[in-house]
Design a protein around this ligand. Structure first.
Ligand code: PTJ
Length: 254
């Protein structure tokens, strides 16, 4: 569908179109459209902007990624539809790999996403069929199957737009987890080491520019981020939503 740029919801409609295109090209699941709807609802409540609590989480994520020995980026069908180029740029900047990991698993979708990455930057791809895997049996979905040389070896795992329990299980294995999730109440948001509560579409370019800037920082310049607390981010986001709803309710009743 062609979106009129003057439409008041043009940005949101364009993002939807990317996901629809993702479904048509076989990289995004149908359920991915519903997952996006949940994200949109929270984005609406957050006022569709990047808040200071999200900017701080982005800086904390960059600090963690820069100090990691083996960072890894885990991509799924929604992230691939919305931010594939940024994933590749991030992997290049960090000199790390991207691993495809799907909840609604299908080998065809894994291959379709891998082929997109391969065509743009084969050096950042860990292709599933070429690699030895390990399994975390406590994870109930196919997400339990991961690549030894990727997430297996990693100390910091980037898992944006994630469902369920993988974050908790990765943390139990001693890994640090970074996620992007518009829903501060989700299990992933609640259990990750760092949760960026913002839209992936806004976050990824900000993450890349923060990385370019902060890689030159001295330890003193990084000091502000060492006190980062994810629980504070979660409560700030929930409080923002609550206050905003209260203000809107007051306006409606006045
Ligand atoms: O490609 P697959 O099979 O791996 O599936 C990917 C999805 C996202 C469909 C799958 O992981 C899933 O079902 O996820 P959930 O349980 O719906 O959780 C996804 C989380 O991402 C929810 O908390 C949403 O609010 C959030 N979310 C959705 N769209 C965005 C988002 N967060 C940031 N930016 C978005 N654009």
């Amino acid at each position: 569908m062609k979106i009129d740029p003057s439409h008041p919801r043009a940005t949101s409609l364009l993002i939807r179109e990317k996901l629809v295109a993702g479904v048509k090209s076989g990289i995004t699941s149908y359920a991915g459209l519903l997952a996006h709807g949940r994200g949109e609802a929270f984005d609406y409540l957050l006022g569709e902007k990047t808040h200071s609590f999200a900017s701080l989480s982005i800086d904390a994520a960059v600090h963690l990624l820069l100090s990691a020995r083996h960072p890894i980026l885990s991509i799924n069908g929604n992230s691939a539809a919305l931010a594939l180029d940024e994933f590749i740029d991030l992997a290049k900047l960090l000199d790390c790999k991207i691993e495809v990991n799907l909840f609604h698993y299908s080998p065809d979708r894994v291959i379709a996403i891998e082929n997109l990455i391969q065509n743009k930057a084969s050096q950042v791809l860990l292709r599933s069929s070429n690699e030895k895997k390990f399994v975390i049996p406590a994870i109930k979905s196919h997400r339990k199957v991961m690549i030894n040389k990727g997430i297996g070896l990693s100390d910091v795992v980037f898992i944006p737009l994630e469902d369920g329990d993988r974050s908790e299980k990765l943390i139990q294995l001693g890994k640090k987890v970074i996620t992007i999730d518009l829903n501060p109440l989700s299990r992933t948001a609640q259990s990750a080491t760092i949760t960026i509560i913002d839209n992936i579409v806004r976050t990824m370019p900000l993450l890349i520019s923060a990385l370019q800037k902060m890689k030159h920082y001295t330890s003193e310049e990084m000091a502000y981020i060492k006190k980062y607390k994810n629980t504070k981010t979660l409560s700030n986001a929930i409080r923002y939503i609550s206050n905003r709803l209260q203000t809107l309710a007051d306006i409606s009743s006045s």
